[in-house]
Design a protein around this ligand. Structure first.
Ligand code: NAP
Length: 292
């Protein structure tokens, strides 16, 4: 099976490397071509455009920053839609809007191209270790054809339904909960620290008792060590996700007051710290608001 891979940022480069390592025949493309160099050294082929990568592939993955990036890569003379053969499959792993996923599914269906939406949970370290969680939606047959590829990049695949955009709704719900947990941990750590308890000590107690989950361990350690740079998941991408969750909530008429607070803390963090901070950098904003 020939595989195309579009988008070699922090996540895409790590995922594509695992596909190459699993001895798949991989054609890669990235807007900034220099990011493809190590993959080409590892055995991948470089395509000149998204269209060329798609034309050469039975399955083309995309892992791009946001809705606008995905649209740019899909559309136009050099885009995926123009190159992908009828019957070939596009697997979109980016975190995008629910509405965009629906739109992309319809554009592929018009051309008799297949589409799976398959956003992921896990930071770049998890991607590099092939330990992602894939949340997939589309036809069950399409999922089964992509399953061996997902197995090369993840620890578990969840199938959430026939309608591709449902996977994006699940992903946005998950990212809302991750940031809510970061907010809660950062507030608790700030209280503990001002009261004379080191953050690391609080984390040891919490993760050793009722909060023994990978999320609390990973983000608790980042918060305790204040390791917000280099960003594994940049705050502007997190802000994008809160915006997309908010759009979905507005569409479904679901008030989410906590989501509004998280969005504001991210915005404040980006405004004061810059665009290059990890989204868990809201911990710094929370500490500053308490005078630390
Ligand atoms: P990243 O390192 O910033 O990479 C973004 C990628 O998108 C790069 O390949 C970039 O190309 C490309 N891109 C941006 N704008 C483009 C445009 N207009 N046209 C074509 N390509 C464009 O981001 P990432 O952390 O890998 O995240 C990628 C996606 O995964 C996002 O949707 C994010 O929300 C999601 N995600 C991230 C994490 C995480 O922890 N990082 C975890 C789960 C899901 P250039 O190299 O040319 O800039």
């Amino acid at each position: 099976m020939k595989i195309g891979f579009l988008g070699l940022g922090q996540m895409g480069a790590a995922i594509a490397a695992n596909l190459v390592r699993a001895r798949h025949d991989v054609v890669v493309w990235n807007r900034s071509a220099e990011k493809a160099r190590s993959l080409v050294d590892a055995g991948a082929t470089l395509a000149a455009s998204p269209r060329d990568a798609a034309t050469a592939s039975d399955v083309v993955f995309s892992m791009l920053a946001d809705d606008a990036a995905l649209n740019a890569v899909l559309s136009g003379e050099d885009g995926v839609l123009a190159g992908l053969k009828a019957g070939a499959l596009h697997v979109s792993m980016s975190t995008i809007a629910v509405a965009t996923a629906g739109d992309v599914a319809a554009r592929h269906a018009e051309r008799r191209q297949r589409f799976l939406s398959a956003p992921v949970f896990g930071r770049p370290e998890a991607a590099a270790a092939a330990k992602l969680f894939v949340v997939a939606a589309g036809t069950a047959a399409d999922l089964e054809s992509a399953r061996p590829l997902f197995e090369a990049i993840s620890q578990r695949v969840f199938y959430v339904g026939e309608t591709p955009s449902t996977a994006n709704l699940v992903k946005l719900c998950g990212n809302f909960m991750i940031l809510a947990a970061i907010e809660a941990m950062a507030e608790a750590m700030t209280l503990a620290e001002k009261g004379g308890v080191p953050k690391a000590k609080l984390l040891e107690v919490l993760t050793g008792t009722l909060f023994d989950a990978p999320l609390f361990r990973t983000y608790g350690t980042i918060l305790a060590e204040e390791k917000f740079r280099p960003a594994g998941f940049a705050a502007p991408l997190g802000l994008k996700d809160m915006r997309l969750a908010s759009q979905a909530a507005e569409g479904e008429r679901v008030p989410m007051p906590l989501l509004s607070l998280l969005r504001d803390h991210l915005l404040q963090t980006i405004a004061t710290e810059g665009e290059d901070i990890d989204w868990s950098g809201i911990g710094r904003t929370i500490a500053r608001n308490a005078g630390l």
